[in-house]
Design a protein around this ligand. Structure first.
Ligand SMILES: Cc1cc2nc3c(=O)[nH]c(=O)nc-3n(C[C@H](O)[C@H](O)[C@H](O)COP(=O)(O)OP(=O)(O)OC[C@H]3O[C@@H](n4cnc5c(N)ncnc54)[C@H](O)[C@@H]3O)c2cc1C
Ligand code: FES
Length: 279
């Protein structure tokens, strides 16, 4: 029997690059081998679960994990939304459409879409945490009748830092989007900060609602000011955690938090399964 090499990356071509902010770009990556590389349809007809990630490498600059931002029904390409943070991401930001890099995955466990369906859904994200939430929204949009009231609360430092703006316009036809920034400009009409008045815009059945979160430290603020007052229990809050990774498949222990491997047991966890540290 030939064993599949789980570490084996495959080549992908950059089909499209969009500049989303001063330090974030969207990369559309395509390959005839996407399906051979692991992007095979599962029982739900998806090529990955919203919340799963891929490992991207560029020769000489290393490898890093990124959440998939495109629709889980799309197997011709994946969209990654990448913030310039260090060696690899700096090098990726220098690339042009037509250039080739490597990818492996998808890995990990995503959001529990079967458990979430039939319920009110509150999604909360900030900064560069939007990619896995974007894939979840694409799934909800494609199955709109299976979900009840759906909200996206999306925060950024300033209006110019809000990512995926054309998608936000598309999504707002079907879901309620609440935007918030810390440093508004003179044209800003949304909220400033994670303010508790936001919950007045949200109508949910708190005993049956679920929440999905992804983002940096300020997400704890959102949890205390929005999700707790809404009455959503910890076991119904699903968080997408970011930890430094190497192998991506539970072998190297780089991503261990408590008794969990973020790459394999996550990156999506029930909030009551994790140690509540959020960095
Ligand atoms: C499951 C998962 C999904 C992710 N999805 C995305 C995504 O969709 N878009 C995106 O832009 N980034 C995402 N990240 C973070 C991304 O992997 C890091 O920004 C990347 O590893 C930086 O690589 P680098 O070589 O450019 O930076 P490096 O030169 O390795 O480091 C630059 C700085 O970033 C810090 N850093 C490195 N890795 C991480 C990390 N995992 N979390 C926090 N800080 C880190 C380093 O400590 C250092 O301060 C994700 C991480 C995980 C674990
Ligand atoms: S990244 Fe190697 S065990 Fe998780």
């Amino acid at each position: 029997m030939i064993m599949k090499n789980l570490y084996q990356p495959f080549k992908v071509k950059i089909k499209k690059i969009e500049e989303h902010s001063s330090n974030v770009k969207l990369f559309r990556l395509a390959s005839l081998k996407l399906s051979e590389g692991g992007f095979k349809k599962n029982k739900a007809g998806l090529v990955f679960e919203p919340g799963q990630f891929v490992l991207v490498s560029h020769f000489g600059y290393g490898e890093a994990p990124f959440g998939i931002a495109s629709s889980p029904y799309q197997n011709k390409y994946v969209d990654l939304v990448i913030r310039r943070a260090g060696i690899l991401t700096e090098a990726l930001h220098q690339l042009k459409e037509g250039d080739e890099i490597f990818m492996r995955g998808p890995y990990g466990h995503g959001f529990p879409i079967n458990f979430m369906s039939g319920k009110d859904v509150v999604m909360v994200t900030g900064g560069c945490g939007i990619p896995p939430i974007a894939a979840l929204i694409e799934y909800i949009m494609a199955n709109r009748d299976k979900f009840n009231r759906t909200y996206l609360i999306y925060g950024a430092r300033a209006p110019a830092d809000l990512l995926m703006k054309s998608k936000l316009k598309k999504w707002e036809k079907d879901i309620k989007i609440i935007l918030t920034v810390d440093q508004p400009d003179k044209n800003w009409k949304g909220y400033v900060g994670m303010v508790s008045e936001m919950i007045r815009e949200i109508r949910i059945d708190s005993l049956d609602a679920v929440a999905a979160m992804c983002g940096p430290g300020p997400m704890m603020d959102a949890l205390e000011k929005i999700l707790r007052p809404l009455g959503i229990a910890d076991r119904r809050i699903f968080v997408n955690m970011e930890r430094k990774m190497q192998c991506g498949i539970g072998k190297c222990q780089h991503c261990v938090v408590g008794d969990k491997y973020v790459c394999q047991d996550g990156p999506v966890f029930n909030f009551d399964q994790i140690d509540k540290s959020w960095d």
